[in-house]
Design a protein around this ligand. Structure first.
Ligand code: ASP
Length: 319
């Protein structure tokens, strides 16, 4: 096993938590610890291209009960960059279809001596349930519309990297706030670090009750764009809705798609983010998604750094 680099050890000092379930319950200091670690992992691994053998012989289990491209691959690669092995569990073909309970399945996987369980599930609270029933660290990789903490962290890391700070920035989360776990994790993280958060989208997807959390609500993207430093464009989560929230996707795109006309009215330094998958032409047009203001692919690289940081912090930092 490689020596733990001094700079990682220093940042991790004082970390107490066994699990990473959400950003709502983390303190500002804990969020900064995770961001600083991710930054340091990027530096120590040449932008996440090299291995740092800090978890050799450990195995991380991916328990994914919802579809995923980026998150599952990113967690697996992050574990391997740390020298750990990974196993992938999916519902189809498992004993869940023979009547085994979810917790029994998870306990059996834990009994194979895995170092951490990374779980994605359509039901909010599933990672908390596992954390109460397992001894190993649990990481939430998205629980229904509730939270997706590593997505929130990688978005915030990308903003800090590109704009140099979070405090005092105006960040608009645009689109399907009602069903987006990315929106919730961003909201908690950004507010704790001192950003002004605007939730913007159709009235059917952005409730005025969010004002209770001290955020600004808007249904008019054109009105908010000139004030924003960052726009995070969220996908419409049709899979979580019984009724379409607007008459047609064309109307949504007309009012909320980030395109070059809207970009021309934004601040010169505007940063455009999207958690992916992006629907080109719906929440963002291809010229903006692939243009100079977009950090969409940087977010993906930063996801690797954030997940290396989280896995090492929960599984290895006390070694
Ligand atoms: N990939 C993100 C998530 O799993 C965003 C999305 O699906 O739209 O929440």
């Amino acid at each position: 096993m490689a020596e733990i680099p001094e700079e990682l050890r220093n940042i991790a000092r004082g970390w107490q938590r066994s699990h990473l379930l959400d950003l709502e319950s983390l303190s500002r200091e804990e969020i900064l610890q995770l961001l600083d670690l991710a930054d340091t992992f990027k530096q120590l691994t040449d932008n996440c291209t090299r291995k740092l053998n800090l978890l050799p012989g450990s195995t991380c289990a991916n328990l994914f009960f919802e579809n995923s491209t980026r998150t599952r691959t990113s967690f697996s690669l992050a574990a391997r960059r740390l020298g750990a092995d990974t196993i992938d569990f999916s519902r189809s073909g498992s004993s869940l279809s023979k009547g085994e309970s979810f917790i029994d399945t998870a306990k059996n996987i834990e009994a194979m001596k895995v170092a951490a369980v990374i779980v994605r599930h359509g039901t909010p609270g599933t990672p908390q349930l596992l954390a109460q029933n397992l001894r190993c660290p649990v990481i939430n990789a998205g629980d229904g519309p509730h939270e997706h903490p590593t997505q929130g962290l990688l978005d915030i890391l990308t903003i800090r990297e590109r704009l140099g700070r979070i405090e005092g920035l105006t960040v608009a989360l645009v689109g399907d706030i009602a069903h987006s776990r990315t929106a919730r994790s961003n909201l908690w993280g950004l507010k704790k670090l001192g950003a002004h958060v605007i939730l913007c989208g159709p009235a059917t997807l952005v409730s005025p009750r969010w004002r209770e959390l001290d955020v600004e609500i808007s249904h008019n993207l054109d009105e908010v764009i000139p004030r924003c430093d960052v726009l995070n464009l969220l996908r419409i989560q049709f899979e979580r809705q019984e009724q379409p929230p607007f008459p047609s996707v064309r109307e949504y795109a007309l009012l909320y798609a980030m395109n070059k006309e809207r970009l021309a009215r934004a601040k010169e330094e505007i940063l455009v983010l999207a958690p992916g998958p992006i629907n080109r032409g719906v929440e963002v047009t291809p010229d903006v998604a692939d243009g100079d203001h977009s950090a969409i692919l940087n977010q993906v690289t930063n996801g690797l750094a954030v997940r290396m940081a989280a896995l090492w912090l929960l599984c290895g930092h006390a070694a």
